[in-house]
Write a protein that binds this ligand. Structure first.
Ligand SMILES: Nc1ncnc2c1ncn2[C@@H]1O[C@H](COP(=O)(O)OP(=O)(O)OP(=O)(O)O)[C@@H](O)[C@H]1O
Ligand SMILES: Nc1ncnc2c1ncn2[C@@H]1O[C@H](COP(=O)(O)OP(=O)(O)OP(=O)(O)O)[C@@H](O)[C@H]1O
Ligand SMILES: [Mg+2]
Ligand SMILES: [Mg+2]
Lengths: 257, 257
């Protein structure tokens, strides 16, 4: 049973891309068939897996296809194999930022991503979606297409402030375009056990999300921020680093849920 | 001669808000009259100065006023005094996210912020504008209203990737809505002298921006991330911390340019 999980949080720089790339690689290392979908025009997930040029066919083109052309064979033409077996990527480029204007007058514009992913859902165990730091039509498409939302929360003050707005948006989507949308969990990122601030944020998050907080906590780790410059997930860059270990633990937790 | 400086970078979490709040406070400590304008619907600059409820009148309402009503007296009704002399705030709230839809069919929609700020420009020495992590109508308004752009660059790999896109957008604005827009400079943030990654990024930024890189570098500093939870700029939270010292140095550099 395929699970489509979106990493969402409109606060910038909280670890959405880092979580998508490394959780996807960890699940693939456990021989789960994984598709990573990059829905952020910054294309950081695409870069994090080592791709850097614009593809002729990317998620932007797939979302603009007429409904009749959205078939499994056609959509697989937009998907790239990565250096890891079991891990595929649906890349994006800056042109994705132009989707908002292009879709304005279209019907069911918030379901474009959903119909693309449904056509290939059966070929994967997990589909992970990276989203931009905003609550716009791209994020609406992501929340409409997903079965559940994984919320990365940086252990910082400003990152806490935006949670109410995010939960509000999730509720609105549940009442309109995606009644089955669930919360996969809140993931604490860039945690530094030496800092009071990290402990305070962790406590607040536990109070807000209670049992929905992942037991796995991702600490601040240099290897995690170095790995993208080599175009590799951290388990291929430094498999014994704390970042690699924790994302493997997170993958186990996600599988067992 | 008033200078309107915008902090812009569509990459999330690079230090836009931290730079706006602390540079504004440092300039005010040097008895420059400063207005900080929060143009990010997350309202982090508003929170960073200790305000947390939605105001009846904020930047959203000011931008929707009919042109004839945009007068100095009227706009000062949208401006809040802060706990620091010489520092005023034009707050925002989440409703700002709705401006995009509201302005769609309006003429000169990218000039709404500019006409608001021009009405009070003479009352300040510096007007600093915090922007959201995206290149949308809000950021377009910010770039159209500004005299120059200060680009915070986090010393991380992903933060480098988005620079070409940002410089591209600045060029487009210079060719259309704001021919006089200049680059104030690139500011290295969250620099950690122990990390190769920080040194590599700093080198790349020097190569891209050459003399336009601020001599002042902002190191990673816990006091900078703790200060917002007390609703204070870092110079009021811990004036001897390295974060406070560096933002004071940055203020001097900005004044001398
Ligand atoms: N646990 C960690 N330890 C150290 N650095 C990290 C960690 N997680 C992420 N980073 C680094 O912090 C920066 C922000 O993370 P990332 O880009 O994944 O966040 P994001 O939420 O995707 O940002 P955006 O909002 O721009 O999409 C990146 O440079 C990344 O390499
Ligand atoms: N020099 C620094 N040292 C330590 N922490 C910092 C520093 N600068 C910023 N931070 C922290 O890093 C996080 C990101 O910074 P900030 O929110 O200012 O970035 P931003 O670019 O405004 O983010 P967004 O894209 O969401 O608007 C915040 O929690 C902030 O407190
Ligand atoms: Mg990202
Ligand atoms: Mg900000």
């Amino acid at each position: 049973m395929t699970r489509i999980i979106a990493a969402c949080n409109q606060k910038g720089g909280v670890g959405k891309t880092t979580t998508c790339v490394n959780l996807a690689a960890a699940l693939a290392a456990m021989e789960k068939r994984v598709l990573l979908v990059d829905m952020d025009p910054q294309a950081n997930s695409t870069q994090g897996l080592g791709f850097d040029e614009g593809f002729d066919n990317d998620i932007y083109d797939a979302m603009l296809l007429p409904e009749a052309e959205v078939t499994k064979e056609r959509i697989h033409g937009f998907i790239q194999k990565t250096s890891m077996g079991f891990l595929d990527l649906m890349p994006c480029s800056r042109s994705l930022a132009g989707l908002e204007v292009k879709l304005l007058s279209e019907e069911k514009r918030e379901r474009r991503l959903s119909r693309v992913l449904e056509s290939v859902r059966a070929d994967y165990d997990f589909i992970l979606i990276d989203s931009p730091p905003s609550l716009n039509i791209l994020t609406l498409n992501v929340l409409t297409a997903a079965d559940s939302v994984l919320i990365p929360i940086q252990c910082e003050y400003y990152a806490l402030q935006g949670l109410a707005e995010l939960l509000n948006t999730i509720r609105l989507v549940q009442q309109s375009t995606n009644p089955n949308l669930a919360i996969e969990g809140a993931l604490l990122t860039m945690y530094d056990s030496r800092l009071n601030l990290s402990k305070q944020v962790a406590e607040d998050v536990q109070n807000t999300f209670s049992e929905k907080v992942f037991k796995t906590i991702i600490p601040r780790s240099v290897k995690l921020s170095e790995a993208p410059s080599f175009g590799k997930p951290v388990i291929l860059y430094d498999v014994v680093s704390i970042g690699a270990v924790r994302y493997m633990e997170l993958a186990k937790e996600v599988i067992e849920k």
